[in-house]
Write a protein that binds this ligand. Structure first.
Ligand SMILES: Nc1ncnc2c1ncn2[C@@H]1O[C@H](COP(=O)(O)OP(=O)(O)OP(=O)(O)O)[C@@H](O)[C@H]1O
Ligand SMILES: [Mg+2]
Length: 260
């Protein structure tokens, strides 16, 4: 199963991706978490030590790897021929970071070709990798996406079984989510779920959701005032207190959506 965690910037994509990865893993699944953000920070949340997190080079920024697989170095002048379908079979094994027995993280980096030139070798590598990984059915793949709608414009989102659209409980944020959900629907993602995060007044949030995005399956995750201290302490989501509104809310969603 492939799950895309998308949404506006700062809405909780990374936090939810990390928590879901651990929940799936502890319920016996083989999980691969992919960070495709341009400023990847899933590593810290998922449980890679701060020192190692800082030293991770996203695949698309690994110039030697990109050159080895595509035949061209990132940034080389236009007109250079390169392999558009590079070999990626061994990449998860070689570059994946093992968090625990059945949980690995792969930091891909941004697949936003608008920023890098649409036919750049690094993007060819990232696309080929995502395509390959998405064909595997025996594991759970969770993708922490770049903020915004970019992910829907790159032909990368079609293969997902679920899109969790992260939002904040404000009119503006929900309007953006409505748009993202429409795009995901159009791409044929069957299960598009709204996750309203940082909720202080749940009744009010429910009313707003009914008004702005009626008819969409929605979950509500409470605001945790301690989140910034967890971050300052460099805690992975596994070490958040079990009664944190974030842990409780995401767990409830996990059980309802994916619990058997
Ligand atoms: N339920 C919550 N209560 C309080 N703070 C939260 C909650 N969820 C997330 N946060 C905080 O909001 C900030 C953004 O969260 P996170 O990094 O998970 O979002 P994101 O969507 O991945 O952001 P970006 O778009 O920058 O990648 C973080 O500082 C995080 O600690
Ligand atoms: Mg993030």
């Amino acid at each position: 199963m492939k799950i895309l965690v998308a949404g506006k910037g700062g809405t909780g994509k990374t936090t939810v991706s990390a928590l879901l990865s651990h929940f799936f893993c502890s319920s016996g699944h083989d999980v691969l978490a992919l960070d495709t953000d341009s400023t990847p920070n899933l590593a810290m949340s998922i449980g890679v030590s701060p020192d190692i997190s800082k030293s991770i080079v996203p695949l698309v920024k690994n110039e030697d790897l990109v050159e080895e697989r595509t035949g061209a170095r990132p940034g080389e002048s236009w007109g250079v021929f390169f392999n558009l379908s590079p070999e990626v079979e061994d990449i998860v094994e070689k570059y994946g970071i093992k968090i625990k027995d059945k949980l690995s993280l792969l930091v891909v980096g941004s697949i936003d070709s608008a920023k890098q030139g649409c036919l750049c070798p690094a993007i060819a590598l990232a696309r080929s990798l995502l395509k390959h990984i998405l064909l595997k059915n025996d594991q759970i793949v969770i993708v922490d996406a770049e903020a915004g709608a970019e992910v829907f414009g790159r032909g990368l989102a079609e293969d997902f079984d679920y899109m969790l659209c992260m939002s904040e409980p404000t009119l503006r944020s929900l309007e953006i989510s409505k748009n993202l959900i429409r795009m995901a629907d159009e791409l044929g993602i069957r299960n598009n779920v709204l996750v309203v995060n940082k909720v202080v007044d749940e009744e009010r949030a429910i009313r707003l959701v009914k008004r702005v995005v009626p008819g969409v399956r929605s979950f509500f995750v409470g605001y945790d005032p301690e989140m910034s201290s967890y971050e300052e302490e460099g805690l992975s989501v596994e070490r958040y207190p079990k009664n944190s509104p974030v842990v409780v809310g995401v767990r409830r969603m996990f059980d309802l959506l994916f619990g058997r």
